[in-house]
Design a protein around this ligand. Structure first.
Ligand SMILES: [Ca+2]
Ligand SMILES: [Ca+2]
Ligand SMILES: [Ca+2]
Ligand SMILES: [Zn+2]
Length: 318
């Protein structure tokens, strides 16, 4: 009997110790989780419209206009099969046009502090530097013409959605070849969105790029606070799609030298190969994927050519 009682006491003590230990462990783990949530932003979300039907129509129009401008040879123009004339090797496409793009920067805020969107001018200067570094290889440069500041809480928090029209109608400047950037809080975890060059004609005042203010260099939207949301959205504005558009099949992003990707890549998943039949690893270092800012650092040559062609067809001189 005595032996059993001692065992029971020992067991109770052990159980109590485990309970305390277990509880303290749980508390520590909760603190770590809570801390992580405040530092790390959720997965990258870009709200640029990639509707497949819209893209198919836009690509048909782009092809026709490229042929009209002499940027692309019309199919079957020469050397039809069976005619006895061999098809000559087509000449290499002309180099991307490049150019200087004027930028109108619109800071939307809901108060005077940085946290309320009234970001310092140094963030804008640094954002321009990031943008210029990313595009220098393809001879495009961005020249900041003006910065305006508007205090309007409805625009600040509704700049993706209901406030887009009123905000852009009031602030948009320039023409098809000029870039309007709006910094605000698109909400719902959205880092930014842009309009494509082919949309300019039908909706000129909506043309431009909207970015989360805290995604700019100096902001707190880690791991998306090195300015590459700006670079990514300007990529759309220059006519690029996401590298994972269309998945593994079909035309994908309409750029030949970006390997097809089945879905967005997050973080920095080195060696990812989501389309095994398409040669090449996923383009996780490309600005048009969804990886962390430190992980994305390049446009491909094909994207450079496409940006030049899109600019020549839809923006230059329009
Ligand atoms: Ca591709
Ligand atoms: Ca592959
Ligand atoms: Ca980067
Ligand atoms: Zn995007």
């Amino acid at each position: 009997m005595n032996k059993i009682r001692v065992s029971a006491v020992v067991f109770s003590c052990l159980a109590l110790a485990l309970l305390i230990l277990g509880d303290s462990y749980k508390t520590t783990s909760n603190v770590a989780e809570a801390k992580a949530v405040t530092i790390v932003k959720n997965d990258r979300i870009c709200a640029t419209d990639h509707d497949p039907e819209r893209i198919a129509n836009a690509e048909k129009d782009f092809k026709e206009k490229k042929i009209a401008k002499g940027l692309l040879k019309a199919p079957n123009a020469k050397g039809k099969p069976g005619s006895g004339t061999p098809t000559p090797t087509p000449p290499p496409p002309p180099p991307p046009s490049g150019g200087v793009i004027n930028v109108y920067f619109h800071v939307i805020n809901q108060g005077s502090t940085t946290a309320d969107g009234n970001i310092p001018q140094s963030w804008i200067t640094d954002q321009m530097s990031v943008l210029n570094a990313a595009n220098a290889q393809y001879n495009f440069s961005f020249n900041l013409i003006s910065t305006d500041r508007t205090t309007n809480a409805t625009w600040y928090n509704g700049c993706y959605g209901s406030a887009e029209g009123p905000m852009k109608n009031a602030l948009h400047q320039g023409s098809a070849g000029d870039l309007n950037i709006y910094s605000c809080n698109p909400s719902n975890g959205i880092l930014g969105y842009a309009t494509f060059p082919s949309s300019y004609t039908s909706q000129p005042t909506l043309d431009g790029v909207v970015i989360l203010d805290q995604s700019m260099p100096g902001g707190n939207a880690a791991p998306y606070n090195e300015g590459d949301t700006g670079t990514h959205e300007v990529g759309h504005w220059m006519g690029l799609y996401h590298t994972f558009q269309g998945g593994c099949n079909g035309n994908g992003d309409y750029v030949a030298d970006t390997p097809a990707e089945n879905s967005p890549a997050y973080g920095c998943p080195g060696g990812r190969d989501s389309c095994r039949r398409d040669p090449g690893l996923d383009p996780i270092s490309n600005f048009m994927d969804y990886t962390d800012d430190y992980c994305m650092f390049e446009f491909s040559g094909g994207q450079g050519t496409r940006m030049g062609d899109q600019f020549a067809v839809y923006r230059a001189g329009n």
